[in-house]
Design a protein around this ligand. Sequence first.
Ligand SMILES: [Zn+2]
Length: 328
Amino acid sequence: MLKKCLLSLLWVCTSVSAQDYFLKKYEPYDPKIPSPEAFLEYGIGEKHTRHDLIVSYLMTLAELSDRASIEVYGRSHEGRKLVILTISSSDNVSRLPEMKKEHLAFTDPALNPTNYEALPIFINMVYNVHGNEPSGGEAALLMAYTMVASEHPTIKKYRENSIIFLDPVINPDGRDRHTHWVSMYQGSPNVADPSDAEHNESWPRGRTNHYWFDMNRDWYLGIHPGSRGKLNWYHQWYPNVVTDFHEMGSQSTYFFEPMKTNGSLNPIMPKENYEDLNELFGTYFSSALDSVGTFYFTKEVFDGTYPGYGSSYPDLQGGLALLFEQAS
Ligand SMILES: [Zn+2]
């Protein structure tokens, strides 16, 4: 019993400190903007956040700040709103229509522009395509708050040099199914025992959407209304980079690209993406994870064989798609 209590305590401590080190690093924050904790009235990691609250929080950010705007790009089968929060410097946000035009010129072979330095990078951060991988939607709240409200020089630089399209939950029907399960069984104090009902979600589980379809296979097929909305949005913007956040086994660590060579490098993933760009980005991810002293691995698993993953489709569209996995 004591062992269980200690484990629970450790879990609470690590979840709180995880949030602290992330937010503390980018202080100060604009006091007019509520943090996710102030808005939700609990700390990120203490509960699973309902999808409607995630959308409400992002709408609040867009309402309070001229660094953000929000659009609804579709609806799930169960009617939940699919949203993208656009974040950048207020100057970039006001000039977005003309920047869009210049950015899209890169997709037209007849124009052949070369003004790479004049434009920011267009990044689409995509979370929670698998509904029962809940850290994605929670991380999206922390990321949105940091990018909108932080006055730290590093974050200011990110805003000036990028347009961030934050898509907090691709599969809200699955996410809420999972959230409901966990909330129904969550104990107080928290129970770390893997055989506890909280950790053994019953069929059909929250990974898939309303029709139990894996939304991370639909980027290519475009069968479901959410995916169609997302693809319409995608082809209006052609982001340079797409980041796709997932969870894997609870005993695992962290994973980032490159994925395993067999089934990833060519023909789906261009050689330049697999070898040069993954390598370039990977050095940043490894030093970031080293700085918080955590384990990670790369290149051993996952593949880009199928062109309808969030981490492969953008590779075929002239962008760079990046898969991230963390222990559940
Ligand atoms: Zn996943």
